[in-house]
Design a protein around this ligand. Structure first.
Ligand code: PHE
Length: 345
């Protein structure tokens, strides 16, 4: 019996030494130390031994079991360590390798201009309002004092979807909608940026789809001088403190009086050059005092409330500011063009 135990010990220790992984080691544990293992089997024969021999054999069996258990534990630690080392070696990173360049995008030049204009007006207490691009004829024209058949509708050739629905030709319907929502009460101070659509043939200065930013201020005692002061602040912040503005009489059905705003030409300092076509001035936007009919149609008392509105094209402003000579550059998305407006460059 003693020999059998020694034999088992030697056999088990040899197997433990050779075990290649944790699973194999566990199998050894189960087969030698388990309830059905050979040691238990040997111990079952203890009954046949003399009372003197029994405790000796019991002690020996425990010794053998402890040795095997100890060897397994040691081997387990060694195997686990080896596994970690192997994993570390496999996942080793060469920090000296040069990194892959990350290609960074940048905002579209029009997005930049629109955000710049938004920020400028937000700084003056305006909020940004938006409206649908597929618009009702009512908001795009009728509520802006342009009833059906009005000749001024020809100024804005439109894409009609049905007789009553079209792609908006300007951002002014957002003012009509905002005024209507206020139900004739309280002040309004908004700017409305967005896409607009007109049936124009695309060329260097025309696009069938472009962007506009509309501004609207309604309150008691709003005067033309408020409009002029606002536009002056805008022009100087956008184009430089040395810029002059001038207002010329104009016509829009939704404003009365209507004006167009020019800024002094930066290229020639106002003396006249090819950029300003010899006039010294560059046209920037249309504006005016909100027509009483427009106020009344939206439910405002035009004796109590007055207001001004202005509308401009970010494309035109971007072209002037960045010296872009063809509006189509904004839409054809040539990466060489767009990359020039990266902030980091
Ligand atoms: N909506 C006008 C246009 O597209 C511009 C404008 C807006 C003029 C507001 C006056 C006041 O031509």
């Amino acid at each position: 019996m003693q020999e059998r135990l020694k034999e088992l010990q030697a056999e088990a220790l040899e197997k433990v030494t050779q075990a290649a992984d944790l699973k194999e080691l566990n199998d050894i544990r189960v087969s030698y130390l388990g309830k059905k293992g050979p040691i238990t089997e040997v111990l079952k024969g203890m009954g046949k031994l003399s009372p003197e021999e029994r405790p000796k054999m019991g002690a020996l069996a425990n010794e053998v079991r402890d040795m095997i258990t100890g060897a397994i534990e040691e081997k387990q630690i060694a195997l686990e360590k080896a596994a970690v080392e192997q994993k570390l070696a496999a996942e080793k990173i060469d920090v000296t390798l040069p990194g892959r360049p990350v290609r960074e995008g940048n905002h579209h030049p029009l997005t930049r201009i629109i955000e710049e204009i938004e920020d400028l007006f937000i700084g003056m207490g305006y909020t940004v309002a938006e409206g649908p691009e597929v618009e009702k004829d009512y908001y795009n024209f009728e509520a802006l004092n342009l009833p059906k058949g009005h000749p001024a509708r020809d100024m804005q050739d439109s894409f009609y979807i049905t007789e009553e629905i079209l792609l908006r030709t300007h951002t002014s319907p957002v003012q009509a909608r905002t005024m209507e929502q206020k139900q004739g009460k309280g002040p309004i101070k908004i700017i409305c940026p967005g896409k607009v659509y007109r049936r124009d043939n695309d060329d260097a200065t025309h696009s069938h789809q472009f962007t506009q930013i509309e501004g609207l201020v309604i309150d008691e005692n709003i005067r033309l001088s408020d409009l002029k002061g606002t536009l002056d602040v805008f022009a100087k912040k956008m184009f430089g403190a040395d810029r002059e503005i001038r207002l010329r009489p104009s016509f829009f059905p939704f404003t009365e009086p209507s004006v167009e705003m020019d800024i002094s030409c930066k290229m020639c300092g106002g003396h006249g050059c090819s950029t300003c076509k010899g006039t010294g001035w560059i046209e920037i936007l249309g504006a005016g005092m909100v027509h009483p009919n427009v106020l009344e149609m939206a439910g405002y008392d035009s004796k109590k409330y007055t207001g001004f509105a202005f509308g401009m094209g970010p494309e035109r402003i971007a072209m002037l500011k960045y010296g872009v000579d063809d509006i189509r550059h904004f839409y054809t998305n040539d990466i060489r063009f767009l990359k020039q407006f990266s902030v980091t460059e």
